[in-house]
Design a binder for this molecule. Sequence first.
Ligand code: JFZ
Length: 449
Amino acid sequence: MTASAFFRTRIFVFLTTLSTLAASTSPAADAPAESKADRDARMKWFADARFGLFIHWGVYCVPAGEWQGKTNYGEWFLEETHMPVSQYEKFAGQFNPVKFDAKQWVAQAKAAGMKYIVITSKHHDGFGMFPSEQTDWCIKSTPFKRDPLKELSVACREAGLKFCLYHSIMDWHHPDWGTRRKWNDKASGEPDMDRYAAYMKAQLKELVTNYGPLGILWFDGEWEKPWTPERGEDLYKYCRSLQPDIIINNRVGKGRDGMKGMDKGPSVGDYGTPEQNVPDNGFGPGVYWESCMTMNGHWGYNKNDNHWKSTKELIHNLVVCASGGGNYLLNIGPTSEGLFPDASVERLKQMGDWTKVNGASIYGTTASSIGKPKWGRSTTKGDTIFLHVFDWPKDGKLVVEKMPRSAKRVSLLADAEKKPLAMKAEGGKLILNVPPSAPNAVDTVIVVE
Ligand code: JFZ
């Protein structure tokens, strides 16, 4: 190879690397012009928050996952049962969540250590959890004469949590959604996606106007054919025009790599959305992402699903997200009475017991250069490194292999007196003398200053 050919190849590789980097990190070249500093400023609260509550609530919680002997349904009830839309609509008449208490929900999320709430304003069944002027297929057609989104948005504001909305792009109820289902017996004529996009925009305008400012618009259901990159770009720009500092997930566009959730190529959206998995090492600095996950096996309420994750697993997931520079969006599917399931309440409470003591190692932190130690994970903020010890050393010696700087003081985060732990530096390693048994069985956090 000649020298010039060599350099041409190198430049080619360099450019390709750059473009893959851009691809996996968004923003797309076609996003509204915004400097990196402005973008980071807009994303700041999100990156600091690290922990949010997802709520899937809609009329599918009336059948509660059960129909004609089958018990595995959730928010996909309409699609999976092929129930005629006219019959499904009757669930709205039975939706009367009189026990719903927005303040209590928000207080429970806040006590768990969550900093934002993302609730379904509309899922794929098209039903609006708010009184919309665009359609009767919404909370207006229920006996529940209240506005749950209004009550929640007010309660969030009062409690200092960001209020955010999940809004499905795919719509199995609207006659204009391009891939109309055979069991949609309420629709006639040809679907018209331009009309559908206008409908969606009108609803989003209602949402931003009546419940805003919103933290996030969390789109979903973008994968079907009628949704195109152009429509995604247009919707992204429209939402930013309604509220310039709003954050929009990458499911507004067509770039997502399935459940892995990050963009395959340049596409609109501010952050990646891994689903039901926590990426092991994050995606490097400057890449925003959030893993969403169920507490059991369903997003929407399913009365028969008892496959609850343990609190330990949930806390580890939160820590692994934070240690990779991402957020954890943990889901609850409330009942048709308006209550969080008991098992969810219990887990929120237990997570709160941990975050109350150890929150400093989560909020506002980023991935640390220690990477992924054998015994757990680590996060960092300023000059402090937090060691998250999942597996406590049996010999009372915790070895930090890749200590970036010398340590001034080491103590347990749970120890208000910050009693220093004995330590020894040895060729780039830091060896700590720790108590014989783990002070916290789930994750003991050690602070290295
Ligand atoms: C979607 C929704 O369909 C689901 O109901 C829930 O709201 C969840 C948070 O998001 O689930 C998906 C989306 C995409 C894939 C799988 C499930 N996918 O690309 O494989």
